[in-house]
Design a protein around this ligand. Structure first.
Ligand code: CA
Length: 237
């Protein structure tokens, strides 16, 4: 693998550590001590992923993330935020702005490299197969727009199917109620965000044991979590 990783971090020692760790994993690396230089570089060479510090001298990582997502040419660029602050609010803000993952300082270069690989894997174009094996006996056929539990077709409404497909498109990713509503209705949204809870409740009921895969993230929305669900089966609101 020789993907190009951009590292945006003003602290020289941390930037050096991150770059060395990524180079050791055979990534190509470009480093930027500030946000402006990084944004300017996108016009010349686009990286495969950016490791983005929150605290920068000229701007902050959240603003850069927002700018990337608002720019059609770079909206799909995977972002991993580095944050010194472990506060939930910061992590949520990063994810809401479209970051793919975050790593809290202090972190080991190995841990960061593992996250980089995971995000690159996740953002790779989906395989030609229309089958998503969700786990717990649950399978989605995106061509037929149907879901199967232990090979038995489950009767889902359009809304329930679309929620399931959205969550399964990025396991572990937290989708806010607002995002789910957008996905369901787009601009014709005239329903309250509690209706998402109702759809999810029905969906969970219909999925039987697979319903435990859908986790409620308090105050935010929902995610599909394979590991959590198979391990403890919690997450019902
Ligand atoms: Ca910094």
């Amino acid at each position: 693998m020789n993907e190009l990783i951009a590292v945006v971090e003003d602290e020289d020692d941390i930037r050096a550590l991150v770059c060395a760790g990524l180079a050791r994993e055979r990534f190509r690396v470009r480093e930027y001590p500030d946000g402006r230089g990084f944004l300017a570089s996108l016009r010349v060479e686009k990286p495969d992923l950016v490791v983005l510090d929150v605290m920068l001298p000229d701007t902050d990582g959240f603003a850069i993330c927002r700018a990337l997502r608002a720019d059609r040419a770079n909206a799909g660029l995977p972002v991993i935020m580095l944050t010194a602050r472990a506060e939930e609010a910061d992590r949520v803000l990063g994810l809401e702005l479209g970051a793919d993952d975050y790593v809290v300082k202090p972190f080991s270069p190995k841990e960061l490299a593992a996250r980089v690989k995971a995000v690159l894997r996740r953002s790779a174009p989906a395989a030609a197969s229309s089958q998503i094996d969700v786990g717990q006996g649950l399978r989605i056929d995106t061509d037929m727009r149907e879901a199967y539990l232990d090979e038995q077709r489950i009767e889902l409404t359009q809304a329930e199917y679309r929620i399931l497909q959205l969550l399964a498109s990025r396991p572990g990713w937290v989708f806010s109620r607002e995002k789910i509503l957008d996905h369901l209705w787009g601009d014709e949204k005239n329903v309250t965000d509690r209706s998402v809870d109702v759809h999810v409740k029905h969906l969970r009921d219909k999925l039987g044991t697979g319903g435990r895969l859908i986790l409620n993230v308090r105050g935010i929305g929902y995610k599909l979590s394979l590991a959590d669900a198979s391990r403890k089966g919690t997450g019902a609101p």
